[in-house]
Ligand binder design. Structure first.
Ligand code: TRP
Length: 388
């Protein structure tokens, strides 16, 4: 990246927050980050960002990513990835992370890491992330990013980390596994992911909002404590969460979509596998198909999947099926999904057949990320007086 770009980024004035939670003992904002009021606030901030992107996408830099824990499914795709692709297409510079270190936050075994990293990379590219425009990298390969953990850890407290509701929820989901140092501090690591490249927007689901608040707290505290010695602009912009507008789809059994429940449809599955899985989906005994998310969650979820895949309105699809029953509903869902995913799957197969290309994409992404991270770390060292 050019020097002038760098200077421009660090002096960005775009700031949509109303509150600054600066003092070390003010952990309340983190705790309440998922409350209704703060969710409303986050939605308002997101709407303003959307409008500002339309006005001038060059004001923004996006960082987002996922853990390579398995193959991506339609929940990830409709809920997140599709939106990342749109941001890229709207001209926002995008940094796309494969969060491999995060895999060991809440589990003891790493699994087939290399395979999963490449599968995630393949999914990213298959859905339309463009490696010419977007920097795709794995954070384990960027030592300068990871080194930001040290100064960042100096400005967070044990108490505020323990209050983070998403960390608590992840700990609760591990069946009595004790809290590891990495699980406790992974929001700080995530702040390093975001801040190393000076991203000012992070597209997120609401469970990630506490982490965004933590990243803002870190960015602000860094400036207060170490930043102004330099007299220059901020080292780190204040990153904002951009909430996805897509309503999240549930699994085929009406429960939360997750690989372990076997209720997902993965992007890489074939059309036949998709048809078989949809056939087994849970519906109810009522023949008349209606859009009624509260009263008929399973049927409505299938309608929502068909709607998201076809870009249509779920109510309209329900009216069309009418008395056709669950069988027709499932046929409609299968067709919508398979039609929408056909080009993604074709591209995925092509990419899978070209491991040398995938390796080169990752290599280039890591190179770019390291260049950026080294520059940021140099600024951090300068702010800390650690330039010898
Ligand atoms: N925590 C995210 C997940 O579980 C992955 C992630 C890691 C991330 N670092 C990030 C997302 C930074 C956004 C920004 O999927």
């Amino acid at each position: 990246m050019k020097k002038s770009d760098e200077a421009e980024l660090s002096t960005r004035k775009v700031d949509f927050t109303m509150s600054t939670n600066n003092s070390l003992d003010a952990g309340g904002a983190l705790e309440s980050a998922t409350s209704e009021a703060s969710l409303e606030h986050a939605r308002g901030v997101s709407a303003k960002i959307e409008a500002a992107i339309d006005a001038d996408p060059s004001e923004f830099r996006v960082l987002t990513g996922a853990r390579p824990t398995g193959h991506l499914h339609i929940g990830h795709y409709f809920g997140a990835l599709r939106n990342w692709v749109k941001l890229q297409q709207r001209g926002v510079e995008t940094w796309l992370l494969i969060a491999d270190y995060q895999v060991i936050t809440d589990r003891d075994s790493v699994g087939p890491m290399r395979e999963r990293v490449y599968s995630l990379l393949t999914d990213y590219l298959a859905v339309g992330m463009d490696p010419e425009e977007t920097t795709i990298f794995a954070h384990s390969q960027v030592p300068e990013l990871n080194e930001l953990m040290l100064p960042f850890l100096s400005i967070v407290t044990d108490a505020e980390l323990r209050r983070n509701p998403t960390v608590k929820a992840e700990l609760d989901a591990t069946d009595g596994r004790p809290m590891s140092g990495l699980l406790l501090t992974y929001p700080v690591h995530q702040a390093a992911d975001i801040l190393f490249c000076k991203a000012n927007i992070v597209p997120v689901g609401k469970d990630q909002l506490p982490h965004l608040e933590q990243a803002r707290v870190i960015a602000d505290r860094f400036e207060r404590r170490y930043g102004h010695a330099k007299g220059a602009g901020r080292v780190f912009p204040r990153p904002q969460g951009l909430l996805s507008e897509a309503e999240s789809v549930l699994g085929l059994d009406g429960q939360k979509m997750s690989k372990s429940r076997g209720n997902t449809i993965e992007l890489r599955m074939t059309a036949d596998e998709t048809a078989k899985l949809v056939k087994k989906a849970v519906t109810d005994s009522e023949r008349m198909i209606t859009w009624d998310p509260a009263g008929r969650p399973e049927v409505s979820n299938l309608l929502l999947i068909a709607a998201q895949a076809s870009g249509r309105d779920p109510q309209e699809i329900a009216d069309e099926i009418g008395n056709g029953g669950g069988g027709t509903l499932k046929a409609v869902v299968t067709e919508a999904l398979n039609e929408h995913l056909a080009p993604v799957r074709a591209r995925r197969a092509e990419l899978e057949a070209d491991p040398a290309f995938l390796e080169s994409v990752l290599r280039r992404g890591v190179e770019r990320a390291r260049e950026q991270a080294a520059q940021t770390l140099a600024e951090v060292h300068a702010a800390l007086g650690m330039s010898y």
